[in-house]
Design a protein around this ligand. Structure first.
Ligand code: GLU
Ligand code: ZN
Length: 306
């Protein structure tokens, strides 16, 4: 039997334009797919409507095109996929794997927290089911001794899901489905075989593998690429005011992204355009050369003079 064909994806949340950090994740997933002769899809994770910025999805698509990151097929929008997420929640409920939770933020304020600062759900509503009349979230019941997984960049990893995460939310009390559920449903729906994304999502992976098991969905291969931080060591994000990708000197910006991924282009490509850099990187891509340490972004002015 032939191995499954490679299908990769980039799944940005359209809360703002792409910045140097999201470019690294986009480039890594693109190159890993293309170097394997695979397909590369784009999915807009516009699930958390209140956090999405009008126009950002289109801006992101134009930015990808300008940087030579051309995707296959049509873009999937999570805002159109509520029926699929509802069906998955029904399936979880059908097997008794989900329960209603009415705990408010303040009720959970005293709950233990994990190393990432996330609340570890103390099991309140699992033990004492609340009346169904109140507005409620849905949580998935975590009954797993531990989850082992193998990251293609980070190697063998393990998380004790029950101890470090606890019963986690799959649908919020405000009616929005949670990222963890949507990502699992959509990766399966799109036939994704390889997930390549930023290291900030590394410790979400066991939750996703757990949901895949409960929903009888295949588990893709995972690879988590280093984050890009600013000079203060903060992850580049909208919250840390990361600037949008520049519209000039794109080659220099792309070369920095490639360097952050352990694939610095040779000096003769110093003036090259994105297309040429990507052709070079495609021919030289070895995921084992991607470092695990975060890269520090050069300030915008330095990038312009690079
Ligand atoms: N939408 C997520 C983000 O922008 C990425 C989800 C994923 O790649 O699994 O952080
Ligand atoms: Zn609760």
């Amino acid at each position: 039997m032939n191995p499954a064909p490679y299908i990769g994806r980039f799944a940005p949340s359209p809360t703002g334009p792409l910045h140097a950090g999201s470019l690294v994740a986009a480039v890594a997933s693109f190159l890993d797919a293309r170097a394997a002769g695979g397909r590369w899809l784009v999915r807009m994770e516009d699930l958390d409507r209140p956090r999405c910025e009008p126009g950002a999805a289109d801006t992101i698509l134009r930015q990808l095109e300008a940087y030579g990151l051309l995707w296959d097929g049509t873009v999937l929008y999570q805002s159109q996929r509520d029926d699929a997420y509802a069906a998955a929640l029904d399936a979880l409920r059908g097997e008794g794997a989900a329960f209603a939770c009415t705990c408010s933020r303040s009720q959970l304020a005293q709950a233990p927290r994990n190393a990432e600062g996330e609340i570890v759900y103390p099991g309140t509503c699992r033990l004492h089911p609340p009346p169904r009349t109140a507005a409620h979230a849905w949580r998935v019941r975590v009954e797993a001794p531990g989850t082992h997984f193998n990251d293609r960049i980070r190697g063998a990893l393990q998380q004790d899901l029950a101890h470090d995460v606890g019963d986690f939310i799959v649908k919020r009390a405000d009616g929005l489905f949670a990222y963890q559920l949507a990502v699992v449903v959509d990766d399966a729906f799109q036939g994704v075989t390889h997930v390549v994304r930023g290291a900030d999502l590394l410790w979400n992976t066991p939750r996703q593998i757990y949901l895949q098991i409960l929903l009888a969905l295949p588990t893709p291969a995972y690879a988590h690429v280093p984050l890009v931080t600013n000079a203060a060591g903060q992850k580049l994000s909208k919250q840390t005011l990361a600037p949008a990708l520049p519209e000039t000197r794109r080659g220099a910006v792309l070369a920095q992204a490639l360097a952050a991924l352990g694939h610095p282009p040779p000096p003769e490509l110093a003036e090259a355009e994105p297309r040429e850099l990507l052709t070079w990187a495609n021919a030289h891509w070895h995921i084992e050369n991607v470092p695990t340490r975060p890269a520090v972004a050069k300030p915008a002015s330095a990038a312009e003079n690079a």
